[in-house]
Design a protein around this ligand. Structure first.
Ligand code: ZN
Length: 295
């Protein structure tokens, strides 16, 4: 089953669910994550996709867990077209299990969760809230309540196998709309109290519609759309060259005397290599630009 996100409504409740096993695996492989980092990054990637799903085209969000735990900062960029990229500062730390579960909360620590919306037109808007448990889903729920005054229920899960690959990953977000009745809210609360983890549903072969059907058992669900999801970075050799052109002359000279440079994209781990000839061309372009500025 390839990764996808489904949107649905039911009796005054909005629900999005996603299966993200492949894209989480790609992130784990690209960043060579150990299990705790794999779960933290996988949950953050999935959470960012769920939050970006109701943006307009061309908009995107950056979700950042800036905690003081050993994982360092965890970041994901996502857009409503279904593309996401992200990284964790320290992907290869090992933490003892906490009650048989990966110690994601300990890995993240205390600090700030921030979500920035880029609309492409106006200045980006950033909201933030204190990290509560560091378990990601709970923190996103609190962020939505504190910063956006939106009551929500968020579930995220990444099951990591012994071979360090994600066996199953996915998530959901449920938001009662303002016209949801008391009885619908009570029914929803009852459903969510008994629900099992989303990763176990994905492991059992549930697609996003199946997850929604289980979450909203007994509701009249209307499925609206399905979007394919993928890990995708915006980096390119041309973008890295643009960045190298802005280096200070001293730094460029240091690269030239090394005779080569390797630049690694933080978000996807892709490596870009430049030999002496490439660097000479870039340094020449930089010089021309500086001359133009001084004129
Ligand atoms: Zn990249």
């Amino acid at each position: 089953m390839s990764d996808h996100l489904v949107k649905a409504t039911a009796e005054g409740v909005r629900v999005y669910a996603a299966v993200t096993t492949d894209l989480v695996n790609e992130a784990i492989c690209r960043h060579k994550c150990y299990p705790t980092a794999a779960a933290a990054l996988g949950r953050t990637l999935t959470g960012a996709l769920l939050l970006s799903a109701n943006l307009k085209n061309k908009e995107c969000i950056t979700m950042k867990f800036h905690g003081d735990g050993p994982l360092g900062t965890v970041v994901a960029d996502a857009n409503p077209e279904g593309f996401v990229r992200g990284y964790v500062d320290h992907p290869q730390i090992e933490l003892p299990l906490n009650d048989g579960k990966l110690a994601v909360g300990k890995g993240i620590g205390k600090g700030l969760l921030s979500v920035t919306r880029f609309t492409g037109l106006k200045e980006p808007v950033t909201g933030s809230s204190e990290i509560f448990s560091g378990e990601i889903a709970e923190d996103i729920t609190r962020y939505l309540y504190v910063s956006e005054q939106t009551p929500s229920s968020v579930g995220l899960g990444v099951l990591v196998g012994k071979d360090l690959r994600a066996v199953a990953a996915g998530g959901f977000i449920i938001q009662p709309l303002p016209d949801a009745s008391e009885s619908v809210l009570a029914k929803l609360e009852n459903n969510l109290a008994g629900v099992r983890s989303v990763s176990s549903m994905v492991k059992d072969g549930y697609d996003a519609e199946g997850i929604i059907a289980e979450l909203l058992h007994g509701f009249a669900v209307k499925y609206l759309s399905s979007t394919a999801l993928a890990f995708k970075c915006q980096c390119s050799r041309a973008r890295i060259e643009d960045m190298l052109v802005t280096l200070r002359p001293d730094d460029m000279n240091a690269l030239l005397s090394d005779g080569k440079a390797e630049v690694c994209c933080h978000f996807c781990g892709e490596k870009y290599e430049f030999d002496k000839e490439d660097l000479l061309v870039i340094s020449h372009v930089a010089e021309k630009l500086r001359e133009r500025k001084t004129i």
